[in-house]
Design a protein around this ligand. Structure first.
Ligand SMILES: O=C(O)CNC(=O)[C@H](CS)NC(=O)CCC(=O)C(=O)O
Length: 271
């Protein structure tokens, strides 16, 4: 079965309306076919401002302007949309979940994943210290969701450095794995493409990884180079540093073809 896959590479600012307006312009330009999956980057609605910005724009799950916007766009343009990540409130907590939501073309939210691995890392860039856990609660369960075209595994950004998560997603049947990201320029330059290709090759899945790009208002720099990789590790398409979208047709039979010739998933010894 064929699927049209879109990576939306953004240079998001702290202003939600600005980012959503830009997105609605992009959506209106897409060529929509029967099945079209659009994946947005991590923090698509608000990025690159103050430390408390995610708490500021956080919504209750199932209720809020950002989720309404995505549901509306999904219906209007007949799209499956993975809303990369957005902050969702937690009852009686200052912290938020960084959640990735899958919307159907009917505008229904069909799956939710809360980012498990938080980026508490020192990077040799202008920001220096990243402490995601200061504002974010780590998730504790994995998400694989069945759609009419494929089973989709959800993950976010720094998760990509933990291959055991992807083994689990694959074991649960994932054929497409989304990795919406806000990878830093420095770590992206070193590791971005290798990590995305490795997860695709070892799990024989399509990997769809839209990234943030450019210099954001708080000085944070992200790597761009959003990418779609096929189950053999070949690049289906890759962005430069510019914001915008790329759209490609993929053949989902590729997953079965690659797995039947090289059944390395059945040759596992450990887990
Ligand atoms: O905190 C926010 O504002 C939004 N969240 C992010 O930007 C997150 C956590 S700081 N970024 C990453 O996970 C980058 C991972 C990365 O770059 C790597 O693994 O090398």
């Amino acid at each position: 079965m064929n699927l049209s896959v879109v990576t939306m590479q953004m240079s998001s600012t702290p202003k939600v309306e600005e980012n959503l307006l830009w997105l609605s312009e992009q959506f209106s330009r897409l060529q929509t076919t029967e099945n079209c999956l659009v994946v947005l980057p991590e923090c698509f609605a608000c990025f690159g401002g103050a430390e408390n910005e995610q708490a500021r724009i956080a919504e209750d799950y199932g209720n809020g302007p950002i989720q309404d916007f995505i549901a509306h766009q999904a219906r209007k343009f007949n799209l499956w949309i993975v809303a990369g990540s957005m902050p969702l409130k937690i009852k009686d907590s200052e912290l938020v979940y960084a959640s990735s939501l899958l919307f159907s073309p009917e505008g229904q939210c069909q799956a939710r994943y809360n980012k498990m691995h938080l980026f508490d890392v020192d990077v040799a860039d202008a920001t220096g210290q990243y402490r995601e856990s200061a504002t974010t609660q780590a998730g504790s369960s994995i998400t694989v969701v069945e759609t009419p075209f494929a089973k989709i595994g959800l993950s976010i950004c720094y998760d990509v450095r933990f291959p055991e998560l992807y083994r689990k997603l694959q074991a649960e049947g994932a054929e497409i794995i989304c990795v919406p990201s806000a990878f830093t320029y420095v770590t992206g330059q070193a590791h971005w493409q290798v990590l995305m290709r490795a997860r695709a090759i070892e799990n024989q899945c399509f990997v769809v990884a839209p990234n943030q790009t450019g210099t954001h208002p708080n000085g944070r720099q992200t790597w761009g180079r959003s990418v779609v990789v096929d189950p053999w590790g070949e690049i289906v398409h890759q962005h430069s540093e510019q914001k915008g979208y790329l759209q490609s047709k993929i053949d989902l039979d590729r997953v079965r073809q690659v797995r039947s010739k090289m059944p390395n998933l059945q040759h596992r010894k450990l887990f």
